[in-house]
Ligand binder design. Structure first.
Ligand code: PHE
Length: 528
């Protein structure tokens, strides 16, 4: 039987044992809502990453099959880049809608509906006559983009409302929630990848849709019970009928506008250059707006707390720009320069991408527990300090791979798997020190009325980071390098790039932030 099928089966069995265990051991310490949101987000991420695993391959191997290979690839990467940028751009609007108009529950359900529709639209493209229909394809992606904007930021913000602002369990809760994110992506990459590539593309996309639908069903039924404690309703002004949207009842207004946004988005997907420019302009505008809010806030404490979010925004972006090399240059590096033979069989490079979610599954509960214990002992690092730790571990991870490349590579330029495994381990512990903490922080530091919006803005740093990641990735390519370039030559290109960007730049960012920690702590005004 083929090895990917085996890995998929082992992955599922492991998750089926591990998840109940984690729920059982954390049941008493956390509200039920954590587990509802955990499952809803797990399935949403399953759909998102399942589809993402197939997207570029589907474009190059099916949609653009008639084009020359390099033209097809350039087109596919362009669309992929615009797609991921928009995916993390729309949360700003989704957050605003939840804050001002629909409340968390309705916004999340609406987003989930649009996303499942998007995945099913991709699945339907398998019907004769629709295959290769580009407007149909773009419409499907646009549905996912708009839906994700409503769903993804708000489910994190919503989780924050189940804990008091400075509840010591909050970072722990976000770490467990983050485990849900990664279980979803772990299973998705293994399953949709397998089904899509080995059996049929459209079954893979359909599976992603079924995942999203499951998440939606979990959330919908839970929202009818007291598990969500009656939270997440619409703002009072709306329920009292005082606030309208475009002269309509806000619900209808939002539904209509989102449906209108879909063709616009679909159209934008094809305009790579315009998208890059637009993204930078929009990000600057939003940061400027937040800065304005922070500096003119009537409540000085609120303003300073918002400033902390803005400062950490940039460090968050640097972290992800390098971390995200995993899906790009690091995978190609693994392919070319890592000795992937184990017991006589060669492991495909892409499989190494599942190390990160695997480590997260195992370590997220440890981190959740560790923060709690440190807190009790009065030794828990502050949020900015956790960011310093995250960046440091990321830099050390790159340090390890550079060390392996420079001093321990074989004569023909191959590095042992051990270095790669340790590097990903450090990247993952770095991610756990920073990413869930960042989400938790946004819910602690932003004023309750705008938390959705600020969370959306926080996701912008991911959008920008992914763009930067692409640029850094291109530093490892060069016109002189072809398929026949010996591994000993490419090794030097990779290790130089990772040394400068991964170790030095990230390390310098960590140092700079370390110097800022006292100031940021003061601005947090008593919040940990
Ligand atoms: N893997 C994370 C996720 O999918 C990446 C991310 C972190 C996205 C923080 C947004 C915010 O959730």
């Amino acid at each position: 039987m083929d090895i990917t099928l085996w890995i998929m089966i082992i992955g599922w069995v492991f998750v089926l044992i591990w998840v109940p265990f984690i729920i059982y051991t954390n049941k008493k310490a956390h509200p039920k809502a954590l587990f509802v949101l955990f499952f809803a987000e797990m399935w949403e991420r399953f759909s998102y990453y399942g589809m993402r695993a197939l997207l570029v391959l589907y474009m190059t191997k099916v949609l653009f099959i008639d084009l020359a290979q390099n033209v097809a690839e350039t087109q596919a990467y362009g669309i992929y880049g615009s797609y991921t940028a928009m995916v993390y751009l729309f949360p700003v609007l989704g957050g605003l809608v939840a804050d001002r108009l629909l409340g968390f529950k309705k916004t999340i359900i609406w987003g989930g509906l649009l996303m499942s529709l998007g995945h099913f639209t991709l699945a339907l493209q398998g019907i004769e006559g629709l295959e290769g229909n580009m407007p149909f394809f773009f419409a499907a992606l646009a549905l996912i983009i708009v839906g994700n904007g409503f769903f993804k930021p708000n489910i994190s913000s919503f989780l924050g409302t189940f804990y008091e602002t400075d509840d010591p369990r909050k970072d722990g809760a976000f770490s467990i929630f983050y485990m849900g994110v990664n279980i979803g992506s772990f299973l998705a990459t293994l399953t949709c990848g397998y089904v899509g590539q080995q059996i049929n593309w459209h079954y893979g996309f359909g599976l992603a849709g079924i995942g999203m639908l499951l998440g939606l069903i979990v959330f919908y039924f839970a929202s009818k019970t007291d598990m969500l404690q009656g939270k997440g309703g619409q703002p009072e002004e709306v329920t009292k009928g005082e606030r309208k949207f475009l002269g309509l009842k806000p619900d209808y207004g939002v539904y209509i506008v989102s449906l209108l946004a879909i063709p616009v988005c679909a159209y934008m997907l094809d305009l790579d250059e315009v998208m890059s420019g637009a993204m930078i302009v929009i990000s600057l505008l939003i940061i400027a707006y937040l800065l304005y809010q922070a500096l003119t806030a009537k409540d000085k404490v609120e303003g300073q707390r918002l400033l902390v979010v803005i400062v950490l925004f940039f460090f968050h972006a640097i972290f992800w720009a390098l971390f995200e090399q995993a899906g790009g240059s690091l995978t190609i590096f693994t392919d070319k320069n890592v000795d992937r033979f184990v017991g006589g069989t060669e492991i495909p490079a892409s499989i190494f991408q599942s190390l990160n979610p695997l480590y997260i599954m195992l370590l997220a509960p440890v981190f959740s527990w560790m923060w709690f214990k440190l807190n009790k002992a009065g030794k828990e690092p502050s949020t900015p300090m956790k960011f310093v730790l995250g960046l440091t571990q990321l830099a050390l991870g790159f340090g390890v791979i550079v060390l392996g490349a420079k001093y321990f590579a074989s004569g023909d330029g191959l590095v042992s798997i051990a270095f790669l495994a340790v590097m990903y381990l450090l990247h993952t512990t770095g991610e756990l020190s920073l990413s869930p903490i960042g989400l938790s922080m946004v819910t602690k530091l932003s004023p309750a009325k705008v938390v959705g919006f600020v969370m959306g803005a926080w996701f912008l740093s991911i959008a920008l980071a992914n763009k930067m990641a692409g640029l850094i990735g291109t530093l490892t390519t060069s016109e002189e390098v072809t398929d026949d370039t010996p591994a000993s030559v490419t090794l030097g290109i990779y290790s130089d790039t990772y040394w400068i960007w991964g170790f030095c730049v990230v390390g310098a960012a960590a140092l700079l932030l370390l110097l800022l920690v006292p100031l940021l702590r003061k601005w947090m005004n008593g919040i940990h």
